[in-house]
Write a protein that binds this ligand. Structure first.
Ligand code: FE2
Ligand code: FE2
Length: 280
């Protein structure tokens, strides 16, 4: 199947996950700095379950805020529009991504989910260490970067299995196996999904190009940070991390941290995994 055919097919599938209307609406409003806080509150508070979860998440160790936030209004004021948008996205993704079940022998939904959480937390740390402004965007992009694999597995399962088997047989990465099989890769699929969900372009870009950095990439940019985090996550500690030259300095930032700091990040990844596990 060539890529044109593939995307046609993808468009035809009716069960592709969609974002709830409230999330789309909140996304749109939060993107516009002229929207009033009252308007955003009204949209979010329509969905009480979501409103409660937002408060739970912003008060978790995740955001490390000095005091408890008890209303959506305060959350918006303290955290700002962009962060609230990312909190909503995080909660929505948690619901959409499967976390349980063995997909194929040796590969489970839980593996993919914990990898996503690891890349999310690492991307956020790399961004902060490099003194860049996208910490929360990178967190969401990290959670979503491999979402294309979920689509592959659910709707193109024979393709997923062929790629997975090839990666085992030839001891290569999933992405390399996709290339050798000349199928539409999970990064492109994830990018298409992000576009469908009308995610901000920087997130779509980070998902779409996390394996193949385009020559004209902005430097720095979230795509380089997510790429670096993904490479770190996939490389054993005692091996050199292979990545795009423009991402090397971010990898270096992480690898030159002392053991105690790396351990603290590990613990944060574990805590984050537990938080999401409880949310099921
Ligand atoms: Fe990937
Ligand atoms: Fe990945």
């Amino acid at each position: 199947m060539d890529s044109k055919q593939f995307f046609k097919e993808l468009d035809r599938i009716r069960d592709i996950p969609t974002l709830p209307v409230m999330v789309m609406e909140a996304n749109r409003l939060l993107e516009d700095p002229n929207t009033s806080v009252a308007k955003i509150c009204a949209i979010i508070e329509k969905d009480q379950a979501m409103a409660m979860k937002i408060l739970q998440l912003v008060n978790s160790s995740f955001y490390g805020l000095p005091s408890q936030i008890s209303t959506i209004r305060n959350a918006i004021i303290v955290l700002g529009y962009n962060t609230v948008r990312n909190v909503i996205m995080t909660l929505t993704i948690m619901k959409l991504m499967p976390k349980k079940g063995v997909w194929i022998e040796g590969f489970s939904a839980g593996d993919l989910w914990s990898h996503a959480v690891e890349v999310a937390v690492l991307s956020r740390h790399l961004t902060e260490m490099a003194d860049l402004k996208w910490a929360n965007d990178c967190f969401v992009a990290g959670l979503l970067h491999d979402i294309g694999k979920v689509i592959q597995f659910r709707f193109f399962s024979s393709m997923f299995e062929a790629v997975y088997q090839r990666s085992l047989q030839e001891n290569i990465s999933f992405f390399e196996a996709e290339r050798r099989l000349e199928v539409v890769d999970h990064a492109q699929i994830g990018g298409a999904l992000g576009q469908k969900w009308m995610l901000p372009p920087i997130l779509v870009e980070a998902i779409r190009y996390h394996h193949e950095i385009p020559d004209n990439v902005n430097d720095p940019s979230p795509v380089l940070l997510v790429h670096a985090a993904d490479r770190i996550s996939r490389t054993p500690e005692n091996e050199a991390v292979l990545c795009h030259p423009k991402a090397e300095r971010f990898v270096h930032l992480y690898r030159s941290l002392d053991k105690a700091k790396q351990e603290a990040i590990r613990q944060e990844i574990d805590a984050c995994n537990r938080f999401f596990q409880d949310e099921g």
